[in-house]
Design a protein around this ligand. Structure first.
Ligand SMILES: [Fe+2]
Length: 419
């Protein structure tokens, strides 16, 4: 091997030109501050719908919650007429991140520092001592409150999922998702009313894109995850499909679980160290599956570019919002939900199953660890390129041993970023 590969180039010690094809992914897209700044402009504030939350998180007039558009803190509100708004969580006066509670009900937001006050639409409605005291001090005579509202994002929803964008003329959510992904999106977000069951929140020392990759990577799922493979939720012999939209930016990882323990061949077993034939569950209820969606798939993970992943795995329903915090770190907000007509037992079942996921879930913890090690490798080691060479780009979409969806995302990413 040529140890100098990837080391020649400019004074930063690496070459910024992306290698010729998407099977080679340069380390610097995960670690470089300038790349990250460009992502903010081209991706998070660019021509994309950013997931910000679920309608069931702001169920009533006056409900609000904190969320993010890319790295930027925002507040999502439902005003007294029921309309949704997304605006920055940064006081127009001095910049305070004024909304401190994660969620709640309010009829206005008062910045704690100087008490500038905003309504549920993000308009500035009051500033203390506007006219000063005894005719002295105060805001300038020509100060117009209407000019100092909070910066707002355009909002759209589909099936109870809320998206926001800084772009004024973006396509509809339906067109943004594309027909292949929209069909599966609609199977989960089918118009039934949802209930918020809880939230996991954790920070990973890894680049945000690695998490999208992780969920476009069926290859790893059959290798890293003992729980998924051993109990048949996701094994290479399952019927499966890996659809992508026409740009390659969104993807699905769809799988149908067999009844009972999986029928795993000797060949598969010899390849899957994670598969533990003799492992049993103390509480097998955790695996029970009550079909609930109009879809043949028992497991569906959608990666919606840039920062949403939506999951339906047996009876777990959750979304994950990836919140970048610089190139080397991101926060994950997992929103776990059920259906409003679930009875007490179904709610318990969903919560029990949710032990798979979250910061320390049976399965979530393995990805969290793997991505930390991955970021460590690309951040500390001599720069090189990662490989995404498995599978063919024009093959049928029903094999799991492929990195086709990862390549798709990076072709799109490279175009948008202009690399
Ligand atoms: Fe994983």
């Amino acid at each position: 091997m040529d140890v100098n590969r990837g080391l020649s180039g400019n004074s930063n010690g690496f070459d910024r030109a992306w290698p010729d094809d998407a099977t080679r992914i340069p380390d610097w897209i995960y670690t470089d501050q300038d790349v990250y700044k460009r992502e903010i402009e081209k991706i998070f504030l660019g021509r994309h719908w950013n997931y910000v939350g679920l309608e069931c998180e702001v169920p009533e007039p006056g409900s609000y919650m904190r969320s993010y558009v890319g790295p930027f803190p925002v507040v999502v509100t439902r005003d007294m007429d029921g309309a949704l708004h997304v605006f920055e969580n940064r006081c127009a006066h001095r910049g305070v991140e004024f909304c401190r509670e994660y969620r709640g009900k309010a009829d206005s937001f008062i910045c704690p520092y100087h008490n500038w006050t905003y309504d549920l639409k993000g308009d500035l409605t009051a500033i203390p001592f506007r006219r000063g005291v005894k005719g002295k001090g105060g805001a300038p005579k020509d100060f117009e409150m209407s000019e100092y509202g909070l910066r707002r994002f355009r909002v759209s929803t589909r099936g109870g999922v809320i998206f926001a964008t800084a772009c004024e003329d973006l396509e509809s959510i339906e067109d943004y998702l594309g027909p292949e992904i929209c069909a599966e999106f609609d199977a989960t977000f089918d118009g039934t009313e949802f209930t918020l069951l809880g939230v996991h929140r954790n920070i990973l020392p890894s680049n945000w894109k690695l998490y999208q990759e992780n969920l476009k990577d069926p290859y790893h799922a059959t290798l890293l995850h003992t729980y998924l493979t051993t109990f048949g939720l996701f094994v290479s012999s399952n019927e499966s499909n890996i659809p992508t939209d026409k740009y390659g930016r969104h993807g699905g990882l769809l799988s149908r679980r067999p009844e009972g323990r999986p029928d795993v061949s000797e060949e598969e077993k010899s390849n899957m160290q994670a598969f533990k034939q003799t492992m049993e569950l103390n509480d097998p209820r955790v695996l029970k599956f009550f079909p609930e969606a109009d879809s043949k798939w028992s497991g569906s993970v959608l990666t919606i570019f840039p920062t949403l992943t939506a999951l339906r795995q047996t009876n777990i329903l959750n979304t994950r919002l990836l919140v970048p915090r610089g190139p080397n770190e991101f926060m994950m907000l997992w929103t776990v939900f059920g259906r409003s007509d679930d009875d007490e037992e179904m709610t318990r079942h969903r919560l029990r199953q949710n032990n798979i996921f979250g910061p320390a879930g049976f399965l979530g913890i393995e990805d969290n660890e793997a991505l930390k090690f991955l970021q460590d490798g690309i951040r500390k080691a001599m720069p090189r390129e990662g490989l995404a060479v498995l599978g063919e780009d024009d093959e049928a979409t029903d094999t799991l041993i492929t990195e086709r969806a990862i390549r798709g995302m990076y072709r799109y990413y490279r175009d948008v970023m202009g690399f």
